[in-house]
Design a protein around this ligand. Structure first.
Ligand code: GSY
Length: 172
């Protein structure tokens, strides 16, 4: 089974519901097992800063899917939640990004893994390291080391709600 870490973010509508619905949709897929979900973090917008704050989580799944099949699944969940791609860094109902796929390096036309900006973003690294499985793979060790150099308060990352297991999280 492949171990895949995802990052989810939302800053439109009922943000908590958007996250829960997205994880519920992942869990409903017969080839996906949702193994862990981080706490929910409220985070200051990065990139285009004139927008509402985000809720972010990280999710660990086990799956038989290939990286491109996971990408398709993530896009179908985004579409089911009604995501409209208005502009690149703008507000969104939901965003699902593949952070890590096992320890693989993937560079295809539609997908780059590890996610090309994950090591610069505290809103990705904080939830990710909360659920990172030991022993840490080299990319997770890198994430841990970069995060230890970041000033989390300065980065505008605040724990918003603690998560008590996957089952409770996905009650929608
Ligand atoms: O890349 C995901 C969408 N996104 C986010 C996000 O999820 N959280 C925060 N804090 N800022 C963001 N800017 C963008 S674009």
């Amino acid at each position: 089974m492949n171990k895949v870490y995802l990052s989810l973010g939302t800053n439109i509508g009922d943000r908590e519901h958007n996250l829960k619905y997205a994880v519920h949709m992942l869990q409903k897929d017969k080839d996906v097992k949702v193994c862990d979900v981080s706490s929910i973090y409220e985070t200051a917008p990065v990139g285009y800063t004139e927008q509402a704050s985000f809720l972010n989580i990280a999710v660990l799944i086990e799956t038989s899917y290939s990286p491109l099949e996971i990408l398709e699944l993530c896009q179908s969940v985004e579409n089911k939640l009604g995501r409209i791609r208005e502009f690149r860094w703008g507000p969104r109902i939901i965003d699902l990004d593949i952070l890590l796929y096992n320890q693989e390096n993937i560079e295809s036309e539609n997908l780059i893994v590890p996610h090309p900006r994950m090591f610069e973003r505290a809103f990705v690294l904080v939830p990710l390291m909360e659920i990172a499985q030991e022993p840490l793979t080299s990319y997770l060790q890198k994430a841990k080391s970069i995060l230890s150099e970041m000033d989390i308060d300065q980065e505008g990352i605040n724990k918003w709600k603690t998560t008590n297991g996957v089952e409770e999280f996905v009650q929608v």
